[in-house]
Ligand binder design. Structure first.
Ligand code: DHB
Length: 529
């Protein structure tokens, strides 16, 4: 019935517009870039003034979600003078996602997580076009109270949730489609989009590059009125990507479970409060020194759960069928044969060796990291368990389970549980193990959740059929970053490498959970592409 009415209305409209020669008002073209719609500005980057044109709050979705906080589906575009007439300049697409929270488009003066020169400014100074897309996130709701911080909505913010998975990746893909749809009208080249993000934003950057043009996202893109264009990209920069969420708990316990006799409970927020993620300024104790000692240790049920989750990891690793770059198969094995542990160690050793080579105080370096095995100036090996204990000494490890924790051993709601809620439910379990261990759930993990978890993981799409994975990758994870097991980024790197993609992967020496560091190295890498 409804369909009939629509067809009839359309017919009536076309008949009447034929009959009366009325002048139609100018058609709104919601997704067409307006080259004239800019403001100008100047920003000083490392002492050098850069003139730029800015297009701010540009909608990239023709049918945006229903909310009064419209910034989530808008983007800011900055073009340096050097690129005003350059249709070949690369486009740096820097997402501002942290903790899987909603993000507004950032301004050009945004600083890095470490409070240094932001990557957007640095890219502008290099003559690149810079784009900062907003995106929906796990706490996005229809009603947002203006004046309140969109990153931690107040209690009175309400209405349905509109940013649960896969909303964030859908929005970033829509932003890419906008850039490609308007390529001829815009400075820069949409064939040279370089995506950057950190942590949850790193996971989304990897997913954006991993899952280019995959048809599974099509219905979601259609729903928000994304531009009819491709969404594959040229390159990915991913700092400490919190990805592979469906395997994050087993990876974490496989890696860190050996420390359970001395492992402390994490400083996760109290039950019922989302925040297992670590969005900026979440107020978590830093875990150094006395702070960490004040935390209680694991009890027996927690140790048993950790062991149970860890046992799931070897089969998962085997299922990936990964090979070392030298062709040797990677299996978790049963301990001492340790191809995989040797492989993991090799990344730590390489990072340590580079840092040692450039250190001015070599004796101090050797004394500070007694778990490294030196053979004169060469690092010949490391004590892997002591290295992991060192990571823990810098910041307490997460609880068990680290990610899908809601209701498991009475665990709190994590940021990730919050990612996989629905329009009406804030948070849900999202792994088979978590689902079954939370007493409020029945049966097995529902297909709807499974499907949405799948759509959030870059690992599922690298080199897949009907997918255009980005050809170039730069991935970093800090050697003291315990927010997810570094097996996650090692496996991401290895899968990409095995499938023939070009990857620059390193563990960043003594870096905690952080991003957009070493910008000289980042831009040297981009220049090489
Ligand atoms: C982030 C950190 C986490 O520990 C996590 O689980 C998810 C996201 C972040 O910093 O974005």
């Amino acid at each position: 019935m409804k369909k009939h009415l629509v067809i009839f209305a359309g017919l009536a409209f076309s008949l009447s517009s034929c009959a009366s020669n009325k002048i139609e008002p100018p058609r709104e073209k919601p997704l067409t870039f307006n080259p004239q719609g800019y403001t100008t500005g100047t920003i000083t980057v490392e002492g050098k003034p850069i003139n730029y044109r800015a297009w701010e709050n540009i909608s990239y979705a023709a049918n945006p979600v229903n909310t009064n906080h419209t910034a989530w589906q808008k983007m800011n575009i900055y073009v340096p003078e050097a690129a005003y007439n350059d249709s070949t300049a690369p486009i740096l697409l820097k997402n501002a996602v942290g903790g899987y929270m909603p993000s507004d488009p950032e301004k050009i003066d945004a600083l890095s997580r470490e409070g240094r020169t932001g990557i957007m400014q640095a890219a502008l100074a290099k003559g690149y076009v810079v784009v900062s897309p907003g995106a929906r996130g796990r706490t996005s709701q229809e009603v947002y109270v203006p004046g309140n911080n969109p990153f931690s909505p107040p209690a009175e913010a309400g209405g349905p949730y509109i940013g649960k998975a896969p909303a964030a990746i859908v929005d970033l893909k829509a932003a890419v489609r906008y850039l490609r749809y308007n390529d001829a009208l815009m400075p820069g080249s949409a064939e040279k989009i370089i995506s950057d993000g950190t942590s949850a934003g790193g996971a989304l950057s990897a997913l954006l590059g991993g899952a280019g043009n995959n048809p599974l996202y099509e219905p979601y893109l259609k729903a928000i009125g994304a531009a009819p264009a491709r969404d594959d990209i040229f390159a990915v920069i991913a700092f400490c990507p919190i990805t592979d969420l469906e395997h994050a708990d087993m990876s974490y316990e496989w890696l860190y479970g050996g420390l359970n006799n001395i492992r402390k409970k994490s400083s996760l927020p109290p039950p019922g409060q989302p925040g297992g993620g670590n969005p900026r300024g979440s107020g978590r104790p830093d875990g150094s020194g006395a702070n960490q000692n004040a935390l209680p240790g694991f009890n027996d049920p927690e140790k048993a759960l950790s062991a149970e989750l860890a046992l799931l990891f070897p089969a998962y690793l085997d299922s990936l069928g990964l090979r070392r770059p030298d062709g040797k198969p990677l299996t978790a094995g049963s301990g001492a044969d340790g191809t995989y542990i040797d492989y993991l160690s090799s990344f730590v050793i390489r990072s340590a060796q580079e840092a040692y080579n450039t250190s001015n105080e070599k004796d101090v370096f050797k004394a500070a990291f007694p778990w490294l095995k030196f053979d004169n100036a060469n690092i010949a090996g490391l004590n892997f368990q002591e290295y992991l204990a060192y990571v823990m000494s810098r910041q307490p490890l997460k609880s068990v389970p680290a990610f899908d924790s809601m209701g498991v051993l009475d665990g709190a709601v994590s940021g990730e549980n919050d990612v996989f809620g629905t329009r009406d439910i804030a948070a849900l379990n999202f792994t088979e193990a978590g689902w079954q261990k939370n007493p409020v759930n029945t049966g097995t993990l529902p297909a709807d959740i499974k499907d949405r978890v799948y759509l959030m993981n870059a690992m599922n799409f690298i080199g897949a059929a009907d997918t255009d994975t980005a050809p170039n990758w730069y991935i970093r994870h800090g050697t003291i970053d315990r927010d997810t097991a570094f097996t996650v980024s090692v496996n991401l790197y290895t899968k990409l490498q095995n499938r023939g993609f070009t990857v620059d992967y390193k563990l960043a020496w003594e870096k905690p959970h952080s991003g957009d560091y070493d910008l000289d190295e980042v831009f040297a890498w981009i220049a090489k592409l």
